[in-house]
Design a protein around this ligand. Structure first.
Ligand code: FES
Length: 588
């Protein structure tokens, strides 16, 4: 563990008379004085604030609270912007830009005269990007999250993004009117902050706390709660302590703390996107985190948090029930207790003062879980040689073991045209294959696997769910029996590309299998005819992305950004497409 105190604040600015005149003079041009540059630690406040990102909109105010704390503890706070990824505004998908933001974070931390950094994030991809960049820069860092927005209100009940997904499907089927939808819209988002259910944002901030990257009990404080500003101020003070002790992200993000994060993800019914992001964190520090580990931990971790989309309540109720510390207290016997955290104490020491759940309806005791297993299961089979993911707690129980004929869609537009048509019919036992939605295919592996994929005709007959298999992701707020992250993806020549209408697909979640019932010879013969749809005539970031993004089971990071990165150009011939049927690089 690296605990050597760094050269506080002197690295670049130095003291008066020791050079760096231009740097010092330019800060003085902002109104700072020589007294502010007296050798004290310089703390960057890495801010993903944006008006195009409601989830992160308030982070400018949060930064002011962080600055108070940094000044109180004797540091010099300097705020700087990085890219912000607003889930609802960006196209083709924020996931395509997660790695760009991680590069921005890493390089801006590395390039500037900082002793430590406070990371401000909120919306889905902004927390993973901050952590990936900070892990690679490996300067003392602490995360301050934006917190969930107020729960929405509709006709006397709490609603959130999960409810929107259901309303949207019912609007499409004519079961909800435009007027009702507009009424819903007006009360759905009542404040800034990230989604108010256990979506990807809530999952990734909760897991950041579970890993020890933010102050205990801070991750789930609602966005507009004054306690969010108090914890931001405390984080400003705490970063100085981390700098003095030389505690870096690599001291905190370890195989054991990642296992704790997986454990907590299973207990909270966390988003399937956590699998991709945690694997990416591990890759940044050269830690092996195979998908098999997720499944092992899932089978041995009870699901105890009753929050949408897998449960009934909202994030503010989880916070009132004790938040992440209460969850960790309930499952403490399953955790690595000696992992170091940004409090400078271990997980076990942090939990010594924590109480368990304050509301057993929201956070169940370990002895009375909602499900004996965790939310996420990992599947393998001839359709997913390198793995696929299903959120079993958000799936329909009667579909977890299922066989049915494939109905294949090669694009999201094709799928939605069918679903939105009042005339389109489908066998209710059918298995929808939604392909070319992966990292290379879409591109950017969007969340098109989420939502309700049931034709209008079937919705009106009361059918609310159909098995879906896709190489896309799914929003953490969504639900349904959807097998996601099929790897390798169809656009990389994975077996999903070989499926044809009418092939029988066999899903068995308890046995963790996913197969198409055709022979190996037939599969190989079909794949021989397959041609890559990935364009080669692209430029700029799109080119960089297509040539270097890894597959889902490898965290969708760039090959060159991992600790032991190996570029893929030599494997793909510069087209960005790994050879058919082979793992692109690295091992699961
Ligand atoms: Fe930002 Fe849901 S849209 S967290």
């Amino acid at each position: 563990m690296a605990m050597t105190p760094p050269n506080l604040g002197g690295g670049w600015l130095g003291k008066y008379g020791k050079g760096r005149t231009v740097s010092r003079a330019f800060l003085m041009g902002e109104g700072f004085t020589s007294d502010d540059m007296d050798g004290r630690p310089i703390i960057g406040i890495c801010n993903s604030w944006s008006e195009l990102n409601n989830c992160n909109y308030h982070l400018r105010d949060v930064a002011e609270a962080v600055k108070r704390g940094v000044w109180q503890a004797g540091g010099l706070p300097l705020e700087f912007p990085v890219i912000s990824l607003g889930e609802t505004f960006m196209s083709p998908t924020t996931m395509m830009f997660r790695n760009l933001m991680a590069m921005d974070v890493e390089e801006m931390i590395r390039a500037q005269p900082l002793d430590g950094v406070v990371l401000l994030s909120s919306c889905d991809k902004t927390t993973p990007a901050m952590i990936m960049g900070a892990a690679s820069a490996n300067l003392p860092a602490i995360l301050v999250t934006g917190g969930p927005s107020l729960s929405g209100r509709y006709r006397g009940r709490d609603v959130g993004t999960t409810d929107y997904t259901k309303m949207d499907a019912e609007l499409r089927a004519g079961l909800v009117t435009d007027e009702e939808m507009m009424e819903f819209e007006s009360g759905y988002k009542r404040s800034v902050g990230h989604c108010e259910v256990m979506g990807t944002a809530s999952t990734m901030t909760s897991l950041a706390e579970a890993m020890g990257l933010c102050l205990t009990g801070s991750a789930n404080i609602p966005a507009v709660d004054a306690r969010r500003y108090r914890t931001a101020e405390a984080s400003g003070r705490q970063i100085i302590e981390l700098v003095k002790r030389g505690i870096k992200p690599s001291d905190i993000i370890t195989r054991e703390s990642l296992e704790n994060a997986i454990r907590v993800s299973m207990a909270i019914g966390g988003s399937t996107n956590a699998v991709i992001h945690l694997v990416a964190y591990a890759g940044r520090l050269g830690i092996d985190l195979p998908l098999s580990l997720f499944d092992h931990i899932s089978r041995t971790t009870p699901f105890i948090v009753n929050v949408k989309p897998s449960g009934e309540f909202m994030m503010n109720e989880m916070f009132e029930a004790g938040g992440v510390p209460a969850v960790m207290k309930e499952i403490e016997s399953l955790l690595h207790r000696d992992c170091l955290t940004v409090t400078t104490k271990t997980i076990g020491e942090n939990l010594a003062d924590a109480t368990g759940s304050r509301d057993h309806e929201v956070i169940r005791p370990l002895a009375n879980p909602l499900n004996n297993e965790g939310g996420t299961a990992i599947l393998h089979g001839n359709l997913a040689p390198f793995g696929a993911v299903i959120k079993q707690t958000a799936a329909s129980p009667h579909l977890l073991v299922h066989r049915g004929p494939a109905v294949v869609f090669n694009s999201n537009d094709e799928l939605h045209a069918a679903l939105h048509s009042d005339d389109y019919d489908m066998d209710p036992n059918a298995v929808i294959v939604q392909r070319y939605q992966g990292p290379l295919g879409y591109p950017g592996m969007p969340e098109t696997g989420g939502g309700v994929a049931v034709p209008n005709k079937l919705i009106r007959r009361g059918i609310r769910d159909i098995v879906r298999i896709t190489d896309a992701r799914m929003s953490g707020t969504a639900f349904g029996t959807t097998v996601l992250h099929v790897s390798p993806e169809a656009a990389a020549g994975g077996p999903l590309a070989a499926v044809r209408d009418g092939d029988i697909i066999a899903l068995n979640v308890p046995e963790r299998t996913l197969n198409v019932l055709i022979s190996d010879e037939e599969m190989q013969s079909r794949l021989k005819e397959w041609r890559s749809p990935v364009p080669s005539n692209v430029r700029g970031y799109h080119w960089l992305y297509l040539n270097h993004v890894l597959q889902a089971h490898e965290g969708c990071d760039f090959d060159f950004a991992r600790a032991n990165g190996q570029m893929v150009d030599d494997l793909s011939g510069g087209t960005g497409v790994p050879p058919t049927g082979t793992e692109s690089r690295g091992a699961e």
